[in-house]
Design a protein around this ligand. Sequence first.
Ligand SMILES: [Zn+2]
Length: 432
Amino acid sequence: MKFSTPLNLFILLFLCLFTQATAQTLRVGAAVRVITPDPLLPVSGGIGTPKPSVEKKGDLFARAMVFEQGNTRFAIVNVDNLGWTSVLGNKSRALIKGIAPENILIGATHTHSAPDAYGFPDATGKNFADLKYLDRCVQQIADAVNEAITKLEPAALKVNVEEAKGKIAYNYYAPALYDPRCGVIQAIATTGAHQGKAIATLVNYAIHPEVIGSGRGILSPDLCGPLYSRIEAQAGGVALFMNGAQGGMVTADTRLEYGKEGQSSQKEANTWEECIRIGELLADEALRIINKAPVLDSPSIYCTSKMIDLPVDSEMMRYILTKSPLKYEYKKPNTVSTQLNLLNIGPAQILTVPGEALPNVGYYVKRHMATKMPFLFGLTNDAFGYMLAKVDYNSFKRYDYVTRTSLGEMTAEIYMDQALQLIQVSPKPVLK
Ligand SMILES: [Zn+2]
């Protein structure tokens, strides 16, 4: 079509103005709650009896960011814990007003120095989870989201994905097999007293926050604590951390010397100072990556979800699910149902992962996403152990542990299929 006459030019101008005027304003709000237990509680780094803690390094948090545009509203929450199951997540969802439960994404940072939120049973079926503490966390998570809703304000966005440089993460099983990409989303106030300032900065990166671990008598958000503090000191607003595909075995690079895989702990620096070094370095890299991104004045957002079923083939995982005091309810025999979310935020596309996907699974899903800015939110909405491709399952001796602590051979295969289907039926992110 040609717009050669003055009348047509006038119509085009009118349409442009009309489109501009009706573009729906993005609003973003964020809020934080401290969930450090007082008195301190034992900490859990995985299956087994939690270990007593005698001191804390930093606080544990629930951190929430809410997005709204027209009729679309969704929340992203991160919790400083090893894993946060849907049994707990759904209790918070029921307490949140004004956001559909399926539009609430709750992810665990995977710190190995926080109270047991699974209720891991021992060999006799006994567990050591503090259910009152978990109930308080459920309320605090809902409070953080509800407060973030009240703080919604007009926002612009910055979005970027780039490699984070420096000694941050590596793969303990095979040093170079990890994803160095760091995704960052920053919401910036466009009106009011804080105009031009950050409302929130979300960092997405795959790493095991296990610098301190569970065997040191220390309760801690691990490297996530210094990451939050550094981002908030430098950029203002609220910092969030969503983990990525960090399974088998992408961990913090605390090696004192580079070299062979699987070095002994004597050659690692497992200290709070190392949490500060890595947390602050990741924060600085995230800020470097986001500072160069253009400001998007009218970005579009989109949120969808679906439930997917995963068979529980592992006897040990069945034992945990049946004996845990959280009372996980099977909808079908030996099959768990979990919420999978897809978000578009400006040019970024985000998929959730209900566990610890191995990095090759992460690469595969990201490669099929309709964007150059793919994000994966690992351990989000559920945390059902490791997720290995079927060819990796029960293969290398090195994979014995991650095989034993996965639901089964087909977990990652079903996830990848379902994730790719969700990408196919969803709109592409808008590149502006
Ligand atoms: Zn893990």
